[in-house]
Design a protein around this ligand. Structure first.
Ligand code: WQD
Length: 337
């Protein structure tokens, strides 16, 4: 299939572009490069032997987006493009609502004009909010507790209403848990701009000497070792989940929601130990106050993706840390190395 990937130069996007090309799809990437660079596309081309077409396009630029659709005959779209930092979304909600919602509305209007109605959307476990029992199940009521998560929830509602009004739409809403790791080649990986918000990229930067030590946000939670539990998923497993979902929405049928997670939780201290093993060195850390908004523990009920898509995670936490470390060691300053 000819697939448009929005946000395809980013961490999850670039890994998905690689999986799509390895599965024989033709890929066109659009990205506004606000959080990533074109080097990741060059490296995906190096790894797959095929260069995806790239356009530096912002989804809020309707005319530029129309030019991309007019020049191609897409079969499907995978939509990653969006701002995704929870703390930043609390500080700058308007920026998040405008970018994530208007960008998505422009995209689905362009798809509608060009009769492209197969869509895989990058949603997030953050839509489950703080009141659902764990493990999270797709049919649960959702209710995000931050502007970033609310944009994901509102886009899910928009797409559900669209599919409800017009049965020609075939839409997969993929709720990711905690993506970590990197392609085993060590050539593509996570390259956060500035200070990493997330645990594993921060640990990786400590290990490579860019950060002095890790702050563990809270050691007094009601969990086995006092630190928070999360469902970490290898980014390559996540990418393969997108290929499986794409194949499913190629068939005429409605709106689907799938959790993409391992179905189990790992604690912050377990992640630290696993990364120390991978890097062969201690990771200095200090237990500090809890981070506002953090939940003690959550993980996925991953049974639907297995039943419907035949997809499940295959990689262990140790493999995630080994692959993340190989990327960081080989690229101490990310793509700027
Ligand atoms: C994991 C654990 C922290 C950093 C976030 C977003 C979510 C999704 C995935 C987009 C927590 C602890 C972290 C650090 C720490 N993103 N931690 N020190 O918060 O589960 O999810 O990323 O969809 O929307 O909310 O991931 O990696 O930030 O934190 O102790 O320097 O690591 O307290 O317990 P989180 P995370």
């Amino acid at each position: 299939m000819k697939v448009l990937v929005t946000g395809g130069t980013g961490y999850i996007g670039s890994h998905t572009v690689l999986s799509l090309q390895e599965a024989g799809h033709d890929v066109v990437v659009i990205d506004n490069l606000v959080n990533s660079g074109e080097e990741s596309v060059r490296r995906v081309a190096e790894l797959s032997g095929r260069t995806p077409e790239f356009h530096n396009v912002d989804l809020v630029d309707e005319a530029a987006l129309e030019d991309v659709f007019a020049a191609a005959d897409f079969d499907a779209v995978i939509h990653f493009a969006g701002l995704k930092a929870v703390a930043e979304s609390v500080r700058e909600p308007l920026k998040y609502y405008y970018n994530n919602l208007v960008g998505t509305l422009n995209l689905i209007r362009a798809m509608d004009r060009h009769d492209v109605r197969s869509l895989v959307f990058s949603s997030s476990a953050t839509v489950y909010g703080e009141h659902n029992p764990v493990p999270y199940v797709e049919k649960m009521e959702i209710g995000a507790n931050n502007p970033y998560g609310r944009t994901k929830e509102q886009i899910e509602d928009i797409l559900s209403d669209l599919g409800g009004a017009d049965q020609r739409w075939r839409i997969a809403l993929l709720r990711y848990f905690n993506p970590v790791g990197a392609h085993p080649s060590g050539r593509i990986g996570e390259d956060p701009q500035g200070i990493p918000n997330n645990l594993v990229p921060f640990i990786a930067q400590v290990a490579v000497g860019r950060r002095e030590k890790l702050m563990v946000f809270g050691g007094d939670y009601n969990t086995p070792d006092g630190t928070c539990l999360r469902d970490y998923i290898h980014v390559v497993d996540l990418a393969e989940g997108h290929v499986a979902a794409l194949n499913h929405v190629a068939e005429p049928a409605g709106i689907f929601r799938w959790n993409l997670g391992s179905g189990q939780g790992s604690s912050v201290l377990e992640v630290i130990r696993s990364f120390e093993k991978a890097a062969g060195q201690p990771i200095p850390y200090e237990v500090t106050a809890r981070r506002p908004g953090d939940l003690p523990a959550f993980w996925a009920d991953a049974t639907s993706a297995l039943a419907d898509l035949g997809w499940a995670t295959t990689k262990t936490l140790d493999q995630m840390c080994e692959d993340h470390w190989r990327w960081q060691k080989n690229n101490p300053n990310g793509y700027g190395t």
